[in-house]
Design a protein around this ligand. Structure first.
Ligand code: MLT
Length: 260
């Protein structure tokens, strides 16, 4: 798995590792990373479905993605990290917490949920995966450039959807199919979150219709030490729509991890 260095380490604290949402790649974190306060190294991964050398390679599985992330971090000599995931990235973060618990110093769960898909959602994902492969295009996910962002962003920052559209266009049909099948196969990991003893911050856009505030509250209820941050004027892509607010929440999480 490719790890991109968004900021060099200025001390030996655990790095912040950022995991992107679907159908995007590590670039969606750039604006948030630029606003992070502190001296940690900041790394952003490309989950195997993302555009790049790994796009869509191997069995579709977020467990495999978590294992590849653990291996990539081990290669860099990282044995503890503040792990942050937006949406699909959050699913990978929870898989990492289950499969490599010693690696996870703190969890940032952004616009995501700990539950599995409904049967209906799973069937939809499999149809999208088949359609991406059949057409050899990213057409089945193009509309997400607008549907993922909140109404406020659509009205006040139309350039956000333009940027998402460009990133989506640069993904591959094979990668889209891989990620949809991998997400469809993931289990409910609310118990993993409940068992996690390190600091947790749950972040959600107040206009998120994909993983709404209720999904964030469900995670906070499962994890009594978790802090909830509701980001105003944001949909499902809070790290792109309101990067300063998300960076403030994550900087605080990293600080809590350092003093835990
Ligand atoms: C994402 O943003 O990663 C996707 O909306 C996740 C999902 O489809 O569950």
């Amino acid at each position: 798995m490719t790890l991109h260095v968004l900021r060099e380490a200025r001390d030996d604290r655990p790095p912040i590792v950022l995991l992107h949402g679907f159908p995007l790649d590590h670039r969606m974190w750039a604006a948030t990373a630029a606003e992070l306060v502190g001296s940690h190294e900041v790394l952003a991964a490309d989950v195997p479905g993302a555009a790049g050398p790994d796009a869509g390679r191997g069995e579709p599985s977020l467990d495999t993605a978590a294992d590849r992330l653990a291996a990539a971090l081990a290669d860099r000599g990282v044995d503890r990290a503040v792990v942050v995931g937006l949406s699909m990235g959050g699913y990978v973060a929870l898989a990492l917490a289950e499969r490599h618990p010693a690696l996870v110093a703190a969890l940032g769960l952004v616009d995501t949920k700990s539950t599995a898909d409904t049967e209906e959602a799973r069937a939809h994902r499999l149809r999208v995966a088949d359609e991406a492969e059949r057409t050899g295009t990213v057409e089945p996910v193009r509309a997400m450039a607008t549907s993922l962002v909140g109404e406020s962003t659509r009205a006040a920052q139309p350039e956000v959807s333009d940027q998402l559209a460009q990133w989506i266009e640069e993904q591959t049909p094979a990668g889209v199919a891989w990620a949809q099948r991998a997400m469809a196969a993931r289990p409910d990991r609310t118990d993993v979150l409940a068992a996690f003893t390190g600091p947790v911050t749950v972040v959600v856009g107040d206009e998120d219709t994909v993983t709404p505030v209720a999904a964030a509250e469900h995670m906070v209820a499962a994890s009594p030490a978790a802090q909830l941050v509701v980001v105003p004027h944001s949909g499902h892509m809070s790290a792109v729509e309101q990067p300063a607010a998300v960076a403030a929440a994550l900087s605080d999480l990293a600080q809590r991890a350092a003093s835990a």
